[in-house]
Design a protein around this ligand. Structure first.
Ligand SMILES: Nc1ncnc2c1ncn2[C@@H]1O[C@H](COP(=O)(O)OP(=O)(O)OP(=O)(O)O)[C@@H](O)[C@H]1O
Length: 279
């Protein structure tokens, strides 16, 4: 699998910042992987995504150093989708990024239909993006980012301003983009319960440095490190590790379930095998 993005020793300091907001980031993203980025507020997640998207001016001497290269285009979606909207209708909103690339009207129309179907918003083309629910707005923003078929999609806390229903819509869209479109996605989020369910790889950023970078299973097994960094450990992961400590489950033979459904399946199989008894 080929690399779609690589950062090498990237450092960035805001003009009025006393310290480095990004302090020597080395990172490579591989085609097809879905990566979760977690870290406390102010750790540098948004700044890292801006650097990846080339939105941090790399020519500012004294503020930027290192190398960042992206193979192909990328799409980025921010926390508050409304700040990105410029169209009066959903259709205009999505068309904007395509018109700027000089595509003809028929191709643009087809692409709009395709991306709206992809994000589950067929029939929304003539609606105002400002009058949609939070989850729908975020899906329109994702559709706009996907319109020009980017190789990499960056999502910056895409559910932090949404109610549980809107958040579920966005997370299930991310899963669909992973499973059906095989997209390469990086999601910065505090929602570790959901990230644990679909991410292949996890990154933890603290004080501008990547301090953990590993497959999601290994990442979530580091309960003590996650606790020490103030990262929420998903309930199923915590339950699994408590059961391992109690000797009910064996870490060597039983992989950690990431969802309630997976835990239920594991539990039912243990009951069937007589390894645990329900009193
Ligand atoms: N435009 C700016 N000018 C100066 N400092 C900034 C600017 N934007 C961010 N910072 C500072 O850079 C640091 C990292 O901020 P960043 O927004 O990247 O963190 P984050 O991990 O995304 O936080 P959150 O989870 O709250 O969104 C913080 O200390 C923040 O105050």
């Amino acid at each position: 699998m080929s690399s779609v993005l690589s950062l090498s020793d990237v450092c960035w300091r805001y003009e009025d910042g006393a310290s480095w907001t990004l302090a020597g980031i080395d990172l490579s993203l591989t085609e097809g992987e879905v990566v979760g980025l977690v870290g406390l507020s102010g750790a540098g997640k948004t700044t890292l995504l801006l650097a990846m998207a080339g939105l941090i001016p790399a020519n500012y001497a004294g503020q930027f150093s290192g190398r960042c290269s992206v193979q192909g285009e990328l799409g980025i979606v921010f926390q508050d989708p409304e700040t990105q909207f410029i169209g009066l209708t959903v259709e205009e909103e999505i068309a904007f990024s395509l018109e700027n690339r000089g595509q003809d009207d028929r191709a643009i129309e087809r692409r709009i239909e395709d991306v709206l179907a992809l994000v589950g918003l067929s029939g929304f083309a003539s609606r105002s993006p400002f009058e949609l629910s939070g989850g729908e707005k975020q899906r329109v923003a994702i559709a706009s980012a996907l319109a020009h078929a980017p190789k990499l999609l960056l999502l910056d806390e895409p559910t932090s301003e949404l109610d549980p229903k809107g958040a579920r819509e966005v997370f299930s869209l991310i899963r669909r983009l992973k499973e059906e479109e095989r997209m390469t996605i990086l999601v910065a989020s505090h929602a570790t319960e959901e990230l644990a369910q679909f991410c292949d790889r996890m990154l933890l950023i603290a004080d501008g440095a990547i301090v953990m970078d590993m497959p999601a299973d290994a990442f979530f097994s580091q309960v003590a490190s996650l606790d020490a960094h103030g990262i929420h450990v998903p309930d199923m992961v915590r339950l699994y590790h408590a059961l391992c400590t109690e000797g009910v489950l064996d870490e060597k033979t039983t992989p950690c379930p990431r969802t309630v459904e997976d835990m239920l399946t594991l539990w039912q199989s243990l009951v069937r095998k007589g390894e645990v008894a329900i009193p």
